[in-house]
Design a binder for this molecule. Structure first.
Ligand code: GLU
Length: 493
């Protein structure tokens, strides 16, 4: 057995990054769907790490799976990353020293590296059909292609004849073990035992992810790779390739898996887990970032709520945990609410517009700020504003039929009349409290007071707290509503 020691991470763990080591990290999404929370977390950690060490954050599109990749998905993922505020320094849309940053545009380069492997005797043409592979796999999980020992001349003759082929990497005959100091998991041992010679180029010449990833990470001078735990088997293959090509490997950190309440890997089955769906629901980018930052990392001061700038300040790669991270939707919502609470109100008002522009709200210039003084803390997501602010909408006010029984009560008419009078004559800031006090003195209390009043203000018997509503609705509108209630009753009686 050959033992290869890769003491990754030691420098980081002791916070002894050499001054001359350029930090270059990347996020390498496959454009095969939308950006999910797990992907966004990987992007965030790499981004924060780069910014913490004044390094570079690179975006690379890994689209070698031509069937599943799409331009639309790429556009959407880039847009969402940008919306989150995770701006990259080099990428497919902005270029950079190592452009292009999209694997389908780099095939020539990969083919050159394949040639190097052929020259070293570490790659070979394989002419197995899918059915033959299936048969070999059924016979033994530790199968190898019989073409690994075919002489180069015969193989080339078949290629020239036009036979379909893939190119496989030739694993060492001996089992190789890599002892890796993972940035997140500590010592990890990876072995080639039982591994089949893996494909480098598919039929048709398209290279596979593991191979492209190594070529690109090397060429783009990537220093550290933070990615999901599910990539550990890929890391083994990639380490073998680095070794075969005589290249230094980057330092790896495999992030904890994100799980649901059943301790199963978080997936689409757990409902909407894409960044886009949280965004649509009215989550703030800051809320999402803060929420996902805590899925595998902890703040040194045990803070639960922090900004991206604060995360960057502390994100040195040390406080990453290997234990599964539980994704708690309620905690995510709470985190978002805490971020909304501390937002600048005029900024918040701007972000709320798409959710409330169907409402006909009072047009007074100061009104939005007065409204937010009362309601900002109640918004869990931006979309909550639609229901919360609806009582203020002139065009949305309607009298529910269910309110009519209030007119069977002896003192309702008297109360409504007094309310109209109060709106007309009482200019005090406390007019509502004064009105309640007066009614109580007149013996109108409890449900006989509050239900008709609520009907006159919001048109229904249950709902928003009136104390804040009345101060935020112009008196004229309150009067209009009360009159509409009386008219509605007259029509039915
Ligand atoms: N394209 C890979 C993925 O989306 C990235 C793997 C890596 O970071 O090396 O999972």
């Amino acid at each position: 057995m050959v033992l290869l020691k890769y003491n990754f991470g030691i420098l980081i763990k002791n916070n002894l990054l050499p001054m001359n080591q350029k930090i270059r990290v990347r996020f390498a999404p496959s454009p095969t769907g939308s950006l999910h929370l797990g992907g966004a977390r990987t992007a965030l950690y790499n981004y924060a790490f780069a910014r913490h060490y004044d390094g570079k954050f690179i975006l690379r599109v890994e689209d070698t799976d031509t069937e599943r990749s799409s331009e639309d998905s790429q556009r959407q993922q880039l847009e969402e990353l940008r919306w989150l505020g995770l701006e990259w320094d080099e990428g497919p849309d902005i270029g950079g020293e190592f452009a292009p940053y999209k694997q389908s545009l780099r095939t020539e380069y990969y083919h050159r590296i394949v040639k190097q492997l052929f020259d070293k005797g570490l790659a070979y043409y394989c002419f197995l059909s899918d059915a033959e592979i299936e048969r070999l796999r059924e016979q033994s999980r530790q199968w190898q292609s019989p073409y690994r020992s075919l002489d180069a001349k015969s193989a080339l003759a078949r290629v020239e004849r036009g036979d379909a082929y893939t190119v496989r990497f030739k694993l060492p005959d001996e089992v190789v073990r890599f002892d890796v100091a993972d940035l997140v998991r500590g010592d990890v041992s990876l072995s080639t035992e039982g591994l089949t010679d893996f494909v480098l180029l598919r039929a048709g010449g398209m290279p596979v992810y593991n191979f492209c990833c190594v070529c690109d990470d090397h060429m783009m001078q990537i220093s550290h790779v933070f990615r999901g735990e599910e990539h550990l088997p890929n890391t083994l293959k990639q380490l073998i390739l680095y070794h075969a090509l005589g290249w230094d490997a980057p330092k790896f950190g495999h992030l904890s898996v994100i799980v649901n309440a059943d301790r199963k890997k978080l997936s689409k089955r757990d409902g909407a887990v894409s960044v886009g769906s949280f965004r649509e629901e009215g989550y703030l980018a800051e809320g999402i970032l803060n929420g996902i930052a805590l899925l595998g990392w902890s703040h040194p001061e045990a803070k639960e709520i922090f900004s991206l700038a604060d995360l960057i300040k502390h994100f040195d790669g040390k406080r990453l945990g290997a234990a599964s991270a539980f994704f708690d939707r309620e905690k995510m919502a709470w985190t978002n609410q805490e971020h909304i609470k501390t937002m600048d109100p005029s900024n918040l008002w701007r972000l709320l517009q798409p959710y409330v522009n169907h409402l006909e709200l009072p047009s007074d210039k100061d009104w939005p700020m007065e409204l937010l003084k009362v309601y900002q803390t109640e918004l869990v997501t931006l979309s909550d504003a639609a229901d919360l602010f609806e009582p203020f909408s002139k065009s949305h006010f309607k009298i529910c039929d269910t309110v009519m029984p209030i007119f069977d009560w002896e003192k309702t008419a008297q109360l409504l009349e007094a309310w109209l009078e109060c709106l007309k004559t009482n200019d005090s800031d406390d007019f509502f409290a004064e009105f309640i006090a007066r009614m109580s003195k007149d013996g109108i209390k409890g449900k006989f007071l509050f239900m008709p009043l609520r009907a006159a203000i919001i048109g229904k018997l249950q709902g928003a707290e009136m104390k804040s509503l009345v101060t935020l609705l112009p008196k004229q509108e309150l009067t209009r509503r009360c009159n509409l209630l009386i008219e509605a009753h007259n029509e039915v009686s």
